[in-house]
Design a protein around this ligand. Structure first.
Ligand code: FAD
Ligand code: DLZ
Ligand code: SF4
Length: 512
């Protein structure tokens, strides 16, 4: 009974369910760099370099441990270009009684893997994806027949189930959520530690040359690649975060700073999402830092909520609502993705900075993604399909299970409120409060109309106005619609005109 285990590029952990019961004498494990996975969207060059190098390092580890992996490099002469063709090729060279794979992270790939059994006439066992704490069934049971699926309640269930940050049945510190203590902006000269950086080794150098040659038309800068590419490096990033930045993670979680996307964030998303780190171990070190008195509760809880709360929740949400989620467009948003998302060329400094960070590092932190890049797309009505594709390809940590709920449901309100109780729409004053971007902007955040006015200001009111029917009965938006109804009508009219002109310019690809 020999098995062929197929390990995907985001399943790089010896504890993967597919590797349990592996017989080192007879079984084989296949990893393949293939065009189909590297090009189904035109991933950022740094993302491909990271995934390929991490795959190669993991294969070296498997080799050391006696797993005898079959590894297909992208530029191998006999590379077949797709996972299926590589699996078929392996099955033609050796007889396997079954194929084993952990549940893929994206719906399209799950559908593909499900077709292998018939096409190859070999049983294909798809096992639980154990890179998560909560199973799909657990989410489905929790979701039941709720109408709204708020992360906070799912998170509390998981806190109780796992006992993380709990005193028996009560949350540590007396509160479930310390979000109110997590909204501080930076003062004049914040002292921010540099992020962990790794010098590329020979394997990574080879991959960088390959990516430069084979993916030259893809988005992003490849220079100064400094990510960890193996478990040892990923653990070093985690430990360095806990020692030097977790303490201030909480208070500055939502803050933004020109020229520095790293701040007090952990930068571990890309490692978690390819299996180099597991969520349980990340949560454990953060909890221990709190229990040892090294970090305050708002930082420990705020960070743990991102992993045990948001990460688990969006993954459950994705599988619960797919494939319908992909088609959702509640606000009927139809705009093509503006060119500035690729070029960063705009007079709006906040947008330009966030696109530059993304281009350079395949990274931007949550508030940059949500309240600058996302907010602009929401206010201008960018279509969910176009925006999802952009987010899926630009970030090194992007996989559809996590990207789509964040983009369609959180940013664009495309699911009509299943994830969020109201849209995350904001005017320039939010960006000004949480960042220093406005200080170097050609627009003035204080002005509401006229050529110098910050576009976020009039676009915000234009958005509320055009969706008034949809949102005016939303209890969380009553106040803002009441403010709108009391606004000077002439001034309000000017804002709507400015927004129309802006949207027209955007459509005509003129610089905004
Ligand atoms: P930290 O701020 O240090 O947070 C720690 C960890 O918590 C992250 O590494 C991540 O694993 C988890 N986390 C935090 N927020 C979320 C969230 N909203 N959903 C799921 N997990 C979360 N995250 C991805 O991993 N992949 C994506 O493709 C992705 N796309 C996003 C798109 C949009 C529009 C938005 C608003 C958010 C997106 N996020 C995504 C969530 C979040 O922005 C990133 O996880 C985070 O910025 C990664 O950086 P970090 O590791 O420094 O995170
Ligand atoms: C992201 C990615 C890339 C760029 N390349 C590969 C690859 O060549 N081979 C592979 O097995 N996986 C790759 N991946 C990760 C897959 O796309 C990932 O498994 C799916 O998106 C499901 O999450
Ligand atoms: Fe962004 Fe407006 Fe501030 Fe300029 S003024 S940086 S456009 S929020």
């Amino acid at each position: 009974m020999t098995k062929l285990v197929v390990l995907l590029g985001d399943q790089l952990n010896l504890e993967m369910s597919s590797l349990a019961n592996y017989n080192k004498e007879s079984d084989r494990v296949l990893l393949a760099e293939v065009k189909e996975e590297a090009s189904y969207v035109k991933h950022h060059k740094k993302k491909i370099a990271f995934v390929f190098s991490a795959m190669r390092h993991f294969s070296q580890e498997l080799d050391k441990q006696g797993y005898k992996p079959i590894y297909i490099k992208y530029n191998d002469e006999n590379n077949k270009g797709s996972l299926f063709e590589q699996v078929k090729e392996s099955c033609s060279k050796q007889e396997f009684s079954s194929i084993v794979i952990s549940h893929p992270g994206e719906y399209r790939l799950l559908e593909e893997v499900k077709s292998w059994q018939d096409k190859l006439d070999i049983p294909v066992n798809i096992l639980e994806d154990n890179r998560f704490i909560a199973s799909q069934d657990y989410f489905a049971k929790w979701a039941g027949d709720r109408k709204q699926y708020r992360m906070e309640f799912f998170y509390r269930e998981l806190r109780k189930k796992t006992g993380v940050l709990m005193d028996d049945k009560e949350p540590k510190g007396g509160k479930w959520n310390y979000d109110a203590d997590n909204r501080k902006a930076f003062g004049k000269s914040p002292n921010i530690p540099d992020p962990s950086q790794f010098k590329p080794d020979k394997t990574t150098e080879e991959v960088l040359a390959l990516v430069e040659e084979s993916f030259s038309s893809h988005f992003g800068v490849l220079d100064h690649f400094h990510y960890a590419v193996d478990r040892e490096g990923a653990l070093a990033v985690l430990n360095e975060f806990v020692e030097t930045r977790l303490h201030d993670f909480g208070q500055y979680q939502d803050a933004m700073l020109e020229g520095n996307p790293w701040l007090f964030h952990s930068h571990i998303g890309l490692y978690l999402n390819v299996g180099l780190l597991m969520p349980e171990e990340v949560i454990k070190v953060a909890e221990e830092a709190y229990l040892n008195g090294d970090v305050p509760i708002n930082s420990a809880e705020g960070f743990i909520r991102q992993i045990l709360g948001w990460r688990e929740y969006v993954r459950g949400f994705y599988w619960y609502f797919m494939p319908e989620l992909k088609e959702k467009n509640y606000l009927n948003a139809k705009r093509k993705l503006p060119e500035l998302y690729w070029t960063g060329e705009t007079r709006m400094n906040c947008l330009s900075q966030c696109v530059q960070d993304t281009k350079e590092h395949a990274y931007a932190h949550h508030i940059q993604r949500l309240m600058v890049l996302g907010n602009f797309a929401l206010l201008t009505g960018v279509s969910p399909k176009e925006l999802n594709e952009w987010y899926l390809l630009v970030y090194a940590d992007a996989y559809e299970w996590v990207e789509m709920p964040n983009v369609s449901s959180m940013v664009l309100f495309a699911d009509g409120g299943k994830l969020a109780s109201k849209p995350y729409a904001a005017s320039g004053s939010y960006i000004n409060k949480m960042s220093n971007y406005c200080q170097n902007c050609e627009y003035s955040v204080k002005e509401k109309t006229g050529p110098q006015a910050c576009p976020f200001n009039y676009l915000y009111w234009h958005f509320l106005y055009r969706h008034q029917k949809t949102f005016s009965n939303n209890p969380r938006m009553g106040m803002i619609y009441s403010t709108m109804s009391k606004m000077d009508q002439t001034r309000f009219g000017h804002m709507l005109e400015d927004a129309d002109t802006f949207l027209l310019n955007l459509e005509n690809n003129e610089e905004v």
